[in-house]
Ligand binder design. Structure first.
Ligand code: GLN
Length: 190
């Protein structure tokens, strides 16, 4: 199972390691021609406006959007979730985005004072709670009917799935717990 990690910005190395722990063979993806050799792709956290611009500059935005629309499994964490969302509310929209998932998000929604925090969350299908690390995280305001909410924190969805797409507002690569990566590797193997 070959899982690509978009290597334009963000905590790429941690995702590569988490994929390995989850039993996949990870590779860094930076060029459009690499898309055809992966079974799934992870977009790491970082700054969604920057990653969006780089996706455009590296000529990845369109081919990636087409590949995901055609069934390539995609997992976006934090900024990655923002890039996947169909709608970003407020005046902080990242201009170039994939916009493939039927969710509405607000950037930096947890306030500047509490830029980052950790919480133990219950995830559908996991037998014990998961420590989730939130860093200037987006909030999911609403989800479409085809979107499953797999976990919430303070009542808000923080892990969502729509068919072959998975998105989290937290950073699973930072807690040393591979279960969310295992979930994505499992999605990618079907
Ligand atoms: N605040 C960032 C953004 O809006 C996301 C932060 C993150 O990925 N940890 O793009």
């Amino acid at each position: 199972m070959k899982i690509g990690v978009l290597g334009l910005q963000g905590d790429v190395r941690e995702h590569l390691r988490s994929c390995e722990v989850a039993g996949a063979a990870p590779m860094v993806v930076k060029r459009p021609e690499q898309i055809s050799s992966i079974d799934g792709l992870i977009i790491p956290g970082g700054e969604s406006t920057t990653i969006g611009k780089l996706l455009h500059r590296f000529e990845l935005l369109e081919p990636l959007g087409q590949a995901v629309a055609a069934g390539l499994p995609l997992y976006g964490t934090c900024a990655g979730m923002i890039l996947m969302a169909a709608t970003v509310t407020g005046d902080e929209d990242a201009r170039s985005r994939l916009g493939l998932m039927d969710i509405v998000v607000t950037r930096n929604a947890y306030g500047r004072q509490i830029d980052s925090f950790e919480a133990d969350i219950d995830v559908e299908g996991f037998d014990r709670s998961l420590r989730a690390v939130f860093i200037r995280a987006p909030a999911v305001e609403s989800v479409g009917t085809g979107v499953e909410v797999l976990a919430r924190c303070d009542g808000r969805p923080v892990l969502v799935r729509q068919e072959h797409m998975l998105a989290s507002s937290f950073h699973p690569e930072m807690s040393g717990d591979p279960r969310v990566h295992e979930l994505f590797v499992d999605m990618a193997s079907h």
